[in-house]
Design a protein around this ligand. Sequence first.
Ligand code: NDP
Length: 247
Amino acid sequence: MIKDKVVIITGASSGIGEASAKSLAAKGAKVVLGARRTDNLKRIAADIERAGGYAVFQELDVTKQSDNDEIVELAKATYGRVDVIFLNAGVMPNAMLSAMKTDEWHQMVDVNIKGVLNGVAAVLPTFTAQKSGHVITTSSVAGLKAYPGGAVYGGTKWFVRDFMEVLRMESAMEGTNIRATTIYPAAINTELLTTISDHAVADTMQGIYDKYGISAERIASVVDFAIDQPEDTVINEFTVGPANQPW
Ligand code: NDP
């Protein structure tokens, strides 16, 4: 059931996070939005409230453990509990390794890997104590296959796959009923390509997205589906992409 669940969403200021927040709130979830662009979060929360839903937001840099801890506290203080955390924040500054964009390599590790670790660390004691909870992450098809230009991005998303599978197994072993769902989107039309600083790579990828990209709402409906399952059922993995994609 989605109704009345308290759902924290990281990377909620655009794209998949925004679409998921709006879709979940429309189905009765109470959403807690985090990202760095608070102007966007304010607008999205206002849209949700105007439509009759519940939303609060907080400035969140997922690379900072304290920000992650604070958003969990905000959820509890506002709505009394946390049922789901959707760890969706991510960046994709793809480039060939020979371009030596080492700052961006580290940025991807910090946001896409450490951001997930920080989010899980913030919520795991709560989920363990209440013997329920749902962690959802946005990996990527780049977490399943290797793509030139995406060595580091893909590596961060492969990490998410391993981590989530072990989280699921350990939760089952320990009887904590924590559900672990990983989503592997292909080309989704969001603001993600704006994180690419290499103009040639950005242009090439824009061409691919123009041809194959689908909307963020398609991923939001998958997030809805995963949360809506009965508590004894977990959807572990979804690959979601354009029907016409040849790769
Ligand atoms: P967007 O660029 O639209 O959204 C990315 C979100 O991540 C934004 O809300 C951004 O918010 C947030 N973010 C980035 N850095 C940080 C940070 N340090 N702290 C907190 N939030 C941060 O792209 P998408 O919606 O596409 O991306 C969502 C997820 O989906 C990412 O993990 C991405 O890797 C993954 N994905 C996307 C695909 C696609 O084709 N679009 C395909 C496969 C996976 P802000 O800048 O305000 O902090």
